[in-house]
Design a protein around this ligand. Structure first.
Ligand code: FMN
Ligand code: MN
Length: 474
């Protein structure tokens, strides 16, 4: 298990990502927050601009569609920003996230939270909130950055996850619940004929957003992982219409119930693999109240953008690294590549000590998560965060007759359109150098001193008179 070097976490002040407004301030000061002309159209235009700025700057949309509440997007659209938000170096992100997942900090309840400064019991989602429509064939407006908090009806332990939420009417949301924890809690109440109390929290600090994506067992409250990332208990408050505890400093809270024995049409919706999730009968949330800060912000995550890909990708990398290192001490680092939508393509760097190890690592990785489809294993001299380097290793160190692992008819991602409803093939490339290779055969070429050259000191752009340089002078 990777553990956090004790000198890397400042335990006195929470990291900059512990507050949403603090994080936006931080982005503004480093020229990574763009303010868009007021009045952006909620239909497509917000998403179009956010996508163009994706990975470069966060965006703030004043008066979107004429609404008083501004929209924000792109808060975490770079992995280095996530490191910054956590207060660690980029190389420490996975270890820090894993450490927080294993050492949660219980929350602390407060009674007059800012997220309840304004309370609406007469609910109309589209009138009260600026909810955008993102992709061309989306069925309509969607809440995409809401933390769905539910509560185990038996144990009282809470769960936090993000679900796409279609605005189906003034007080109804359609939800996609893949078979994980929210669905598990819901199945318990529904079988007793009861609704499941929920809250959807929009406008969270970056660390709480990341914590929502932790891959931990059922009945591990992700708000406690958020506390661990904050380095102190998260402040929570009870909802005004139910027993759910929500982050007290959140911008907006939608309180409601996942309805027993109700299913309604939801979708299509533009998803992370850059394709549409199909329309089907799905779960329904009835909204009972909306509370918010005075002058709140509405966060939206554009489906398939970097913020979406990375929020899911980084916690998966952390889980995958811990999983592999349990069996294979040679594993140094893992990376879920952007080209594989931060889900399907895993690159693994190993310090190979025994012949055949690369293949064992491939088998372990394919068993680590059903979404992983292609695995490439490389040596420590290959930078797995650079896809050109990984391709180079495959091009020059891999032979299909010797280094390929193929498994057919296994469980994959249902959102991968090339599968047969989620069933498909897995493939692994062992692109490590054979241990008995002659020393010069795989030696990378290198020019001595190249990395030390100070280009500003030794060169300048040529002027019109460049041909003067051809004339011999003394
Ligand atoms: C932007 C975003 C949107 C997501 N949308 C959905 C969704 O619509 N349905 C779903 O089941 N999971 C969705 N997820 C994934 C879950 O939030 C994630 O797997 C979470 O860790 C599940 O939590 P759990 O293990 O407590 O069930 C989304 C994730 C992100 C980052
Ligand atoms: Mn969970």
């Amino acid at each position: 298990m990777p553990s956090m070097p004790s000198n890397t976490v400042d335990t006195t002040t929470p990291p900059v990502g512990a507050s949403l407004r603090g994080w936006l301030d931080h982005l503004q000061q480093s020229r990574r927050l763009s303010v868009i002309e007021p009045g952006t159209d909620l239909r497509f235009q917000v998403a179009a601009i956010a996508n163009r700025l994706d990975g470069r700057s966060a965006s703030l949309f004043p008066r979107p569609g004429g609404h008083d509440i501004p929209v924000i997007s792109g808060l975490l659209s770079h992995r280095d920003w996530m490191a910054e938000a956590m207060g660690v170096a980029p190389s420490e992100v996975l270890a820090r996230f894993q450490e927080a997942s294993l050492n949660p900090i219980p929350w602390r309840e407060v009674s007059t939270p800012v997220c309840q400064q304004v309370v609406h019991r007469d609910v109309d989602l589209n009138r009260l909130l600026p909810i955008p429509t993102h992709n061309e064939h989306d069925s309509g407006a969607y809440i995409t950055a809401g933390l769905l908090i539910s509560r185990n009806p038996r144990t009282g332990v809470q769960n936090v996850s993000i679900h796409r939420l279609q605005v189906s009417s003034a007080n109804r949301l359609g939800a996609l619940l893949l078979p994980r924890h929210t669905l598990a809690y819901f199945q318990e109440t529904e079988s007793a004929g009861e609704d499941l109390e929920v809250a959807v929290v929009v406008g969270n600090d970056p660390l709480t957003l990341m914590a929502s994506q932790a891959i931990v067992p059922l009945d591990h409250d992700e708000l406690e992982i958020a506390g661990a990332l904050h380095g102190e208990p998260l402040k929570v408050a009870q909802c005004v219409t139910n027993r759910i505890r929500v982050p007290a400093d959140a911008e907006i809270v939608i309180e409601g119930r996942l309805l027993a024995n109700a299913r309604e049409e939801e979708g299509p919706f533009g998803e992370f693999p850059q394709y549409y999730g199909e329309r089907a009968e799905r779960h329904v949330i009835e909204v009972d109240a909306i509370t918010h800060r005075e002058a709140p912000m509405f966060h939206t995550i554009v489906g398939g953008g970097l913020e979406h890909l990375l929020l899911g990708g980084i916690p998966r990398e952390a889980t995958m690294l811990a999983h592999l290192q349990r069996s294979f001490p040679s594993v140094r680092d893992v990376h879920l590549a952007r080209g594989g939508v931060c889900r399907y393509h895993l690159y693994v760097q190993i310090d190979k000590r025994s012949e055949g190890e690369g293949k064992n690592v491939i088998l372990g990785a394919l068993g680590g998560h059903y979404d992983i489809k292609h695995v490439v294993v490389v040596d420590t001299d290959v930078n797995i965060h650079d896809p050109n380097e990984v391709e180079w290793a495959v091009a020059t160190r891999f032979q299909a007759d010797r280094d390929l692992v193929l498994v057919h008819d296994s469980q994959g991602s249902k959102l991968d359109p090339s599968t047969r409803d989620g069933v498909g093939s897995k493939m692994g490339f062992d692109a490590t150098v054979p241990l008995d290779a002659p020393p010069m055969r795989f030696k990378r070429i290198r020019v001595p001193g190249e990395e030390d050259v100070d280009l500003d000191a030794v060169s300048r752009a040529a002027g019109d008179d460049w041909q003067q340089q051809l004339i011999p002078s003394r």
